[in-house]
Each structure stands twice: as structure tokens, then as C-alpha cells.
Design a protein around this ligand. Structure first.
Ligand code: COA
Ligand code: NAP
Length: 269
């Protein structure tokens, strides 16, 4: 994959899966811009992107819940890089909590980051997307279509993200903009996985629930994003691409039940 001369923006690209995506585009020679809330994480990532081979690397600090800040930063990216060939929207927040036990504000925080954040990023980037040819990738999650106990907030938010993907693939497809979602399965050595499977037992149950019998890697997800943004996927739009070792086929499995049981035990204690 060669992305030399292409402009790539990865929102939430400063750790975990999204940073893996940003680094993969950098290694493929692209100009890469990243953004998140922490200046330290942005600076560290920009330095790493340069080492990885990016033609240029820049970063901005913002919270995706602040649509004006998002729009201003994307405008600055456009001033530096020109039209965006690739936009990846991946900022998210998660914690396991039963619906009856979490505050309304806790539910809303995840909706605001994952769902509202996605539309803030997509609308903020819209004026600067290359037409025809831009590829938008929203980073979703299995919770979009699998109900997990303790994840009502994330399930609601990510289902919304995928419906935005499907709807805007039609609205923006007319302009030659492709919109897809990538659904990572459970990805090793990431914050999301640490929060959902905090014990070795939970991690092992999770692995057993995956038909391919292993955790995913950040490279697995990054490879799918490179493909979706390449000419090889020029007729692929409106899809929700699971990169999950066939996890979906088995449903939320024993791991989902274990998470519900763990949370109920915490409530009783
Ligand atoms: N269980 C129940 N409620 C929780 C919680 C938990 N583990 N963690 C946070 N909350 C609640 C807070 O109590 C607060 O509700 P309140 O105002 O009624 O007290 C609400 O959620 C917002 O929390 P706050 O810490 O103020 O939000 P924040 O904006 O600083 O952080 C989070 C957002 C909570 C999502 C934080 O975990 C985060 O920044 N996550 C990013 C990293 C991440 O989640 N990575 C994995 C991605 S899959
Ligand atoms: P992560 O390391 O916590 O990455 C989240 C990124 O988003 C960070 O760069 C974080 O940086 C940024 N971010 C968080 N809240 C933000 C906000 N309000 N505004 C701006 N940026 C914000 O998590 P991860 O586990 O790799 O998850 C990455 C993505 O993959 C998420 O969309 C998640 O839902 C999805 N996913 C993960 C898994 C998994 O197994 N880990 C599985 C399925 C789906 P700052 O802290 O600096 O803001």
C-alpha cells in the first residue's frame, strides 16, 4: 500500500487501535494528522509518526464533544495538508456499568463522545473532503449489533455510529465520498480491552469466545483501514466491516454473561 501524497486525519489517533491506524498510514508514506484531548499524547504520537515514515505529521488538541473546537482544528489541518483523502473517526470512551447503577450523565458522556463526537468530526471535515475519492472510516465496536450486559451506553452509541455510516454513504456518496465503519473485535494490549476484561480469567474467556481463537491486533485493524482507503476498495461504501475473528457469529458469548455477573457481584458487595 502506498499513500504517498495523501492526506490522512485520524481523530482519537493518539493511543491504541487508532494510533496503530495512524502509524500504518505513516509507514505507507502519507501526511498524517492526529487529534485527542492530551497535548502529551499528541506530541508523542506526532514524533512517532515522523519516525514511522510519514511525509508530514501534525496534531491538534480538542475534545470531540466541542463541535466548534473540532471544526477549527480540522480547518487548520486543511490549511496545512489540503483536501483530506482519508478521515478516520475513532475517539471513544467506555467503562463497564449496569444501566440501573450508572448515572444519566455517565450514559450521556459515552453518547456525547462516541455518537455526537462522530457527527462533529464528520461535519467538521465535510468541507475539506476530497471529491471524488475521499474515504471516511468510523471506528465502531461489536456492541453496535451485539448486546453486552454492562454496555447499554456503548451499544446505543455505536449502533448510532453505524447508522450514520450507512446514511451518509448515501448522502455523501453522490459526491464520490465513501463512508464505511470498521468494527474491531477484542484487540490485545488496548485500553478498551483492559476495561472490559480486567482479569486474566475474563481475558481468557474472551479469547475462547472468538472462533479464530486469538485476540486481534492493532495491525489487523490498521490493515483493514488501509484496504478500505485504497483503490482496491473504490466501490466499497456503506459497509460495516467486522475485523473480529468471527466473534459476531458466536454472539456476546460466555464473556458477555461473565461481565454481567461480575458487575452484579460488585453491586451486592
Ligand atoms: N462507572 C460508572 N460511571 C462512571 C464510570 C464508571 N466506571 N466512569 C465514569 N463514570 C461517570 C462519572 O461518574 C460521571 O457521571 P456523574 O457526573 O453523574 O458523576 C460521568 O460518567 C462522566 O465521567 P467524567 O469522568 O466526568 O467524564 P470524562 O469526560 O472526564 O471522561 C470517560 C469520559 C468517563 C468515558 C473516561 O473514561 C474517558 O475519558 N475514557 C477515554 C478512554 C477510554 O474509555 N478508552 C476505551 C475506548 S473503548
Ligand atoms: P484508547 O487507547 O483509549 O483510544 C481512544 C482515543 O480517543 C485516544 O487517542 C484518546 O486520547 C481519544 N479520546 C478519548 N476521548 C476523547 C474525546 N472526548 N475527545 C477527543 N479524543 C478522545 O482506546 P482503544 O481501546 O484503542 O479504542 C479505540 C477505538 O476502537 C474506539 O473507538 C473503541 O470504541 C474501538 N474499539 C476498541 C476495541 C478494543 O478491543 N480496544 C474493540 C472494539 C472497538 P485522549 O485520552 O488524549 O483524549
Amino acid at each position: 500500500m502506498n499513500f504517498a501524497g495523501k492526506s490522512v486525519v485520524v481523530v482519537g489517533g493518539t493511543s491504541g487501535i487508532n494510533r496503530g491506524i495512524a502509524e500504518a498510514f505513516a509507514a505507507a508514506g502519507a501526511k498524517v494528522a492526529v487529534a485527542s484531548r492530551s497535548q502529551e499524547k499528541v506530541d508523542d504520537t506526532v514524533a512517532a509518526l515522523r519516525v514511522a515514515g510519514a511525509e508530514e505529521a501534525i496534531g491538534e488538541v480538542f475534545d470531540v464533544r466541542d463541535h466548534e473546537a473540532v471544526a477549527s482544528a480540522l480547518k487548520r489541518f486543511h490549511q496545512d495538508f489540503g483536501e483530506f483523502d482519508v478521515l478516520v473517526s475513532g475517539a471513544a470512551g467506555n467503562f463497564p456499568a449496569l444501566a440501573a447503577e450508572m448515572s444519566v450523565n455517565a450514559f450521556k458522556a459515552v453518547i456525547d463522545i462516541d455518537l455526537m463526537g462522530t457527527i462533529h468530526v464528520m461535519k467538521g471535515a465535510y468541507p475539506y473532503l476530497k471529491r471524488p475519492g475521499a474515504s471516511i472510516i468510523n471506528i465502531s465496536a461489536p456492541q453496535s449489533y451485539l448486546p453486552y450486559e454492562g454496555q447499554a451506553h456503548v451499544c446505543a452509541a455505536k449502533a448510532g455510529v453505524d447508522q450514520i455510516t450507512r446514511t451518509l454513504s448515501m448522502e455523501w456518496g453522490m459526491e464520490g465520498i465513501r463512508v464505511n465503519s470498521v468494527v474491531p473485535g477484542f484487540i490485545e494490549d488496548t485500553e478498551g480491552a483492559r476495561r472490559l476484561a480486567p482479569t486474566p480469567q475474563a481475558g481468557e474467556q474472551l479469547r475462547k469466545d472468538v472462533p479464530l481463537g486469538r485476540w486481534g491486533t492493532t495491525k489487523d485493524v490498521a490493515d483493514a483501514c488501509l484496504f478500505l482507503s485504497s483503490d482496491m476498495a473504490s466501490y466499497v461504501s456503506g459497509t460495516v466491516l467486522a475485523v473480529d475473528g468471527a466473534l459476531y457469529q458466536r454472539g456476546s458469548g460466555k464473556f458477555g454473561q461473565m461481565m454481567g455477573d461480575m458487575l452484579r457481584a460488585q453491586v451486592k458487595a
